[in-house]
Design a protein around this ligand. Sequence first.
Ligand code: PRP
Length: 181
Amino acid sequence: MKTHEITKILVSEEEIKKTVQRLGAEINAHYGQLDRELIVVGLLRGSFIFMADLVRQIKIPLVVDFMTLASYGDGTVSSGDVKVVMDLDSSIEDRDVLLVEDIVDTGRTFSKVIRMMRNRNPRSLKICAFLNKPAARIVDIDIDFCGVDIPNEFAVGYGLDYAQGYRQLPYVGVLDPDSAQ
Ligand code: PRP
């Protein structure tokens, strides 16, 4: 596998830790007491590291579930349509649901998932994203719990990939795709 250069760090390990703690506190304050467990839904694969850190900051009872989506398109340019590759295991009808994403970029994935989730009649639906790239937005999304705004650069690490690699970096960095070795 070719390696690429990480040209700068966008979100350090220390900032990640502080951000996840802040988001956890916001979520705890928002939900307070619930009569049934919160359902925390992670969108795979990108969210898996953030989700693991985030749920450990949430003090209210919860269950986790996951959904895998894939973009349609020719592989280079996304058409903006997404299909469900693996659906949730649980019913979310009349439940409180928190959707967790690693990044909101164009907003297409979230807008599609939000529509899909609303059709299943949850009692409440909130959104938490670790990274937000406002300059790339095509579809408007209200992020209820938002981590860090980043510039429109190619971010990898902390769950985000380039060709499925780099997800395990403990920080978020900018990758230079032209620096292959
Ligand atoms: C990434 C990320 C979000 C989506 C955000 O997923 O995890 O799901 O893109 O982009 P958008 O706002 O432009 O829709 P990707 O399709 O790369 O899959 P992954 O989760 O497996 O990394």
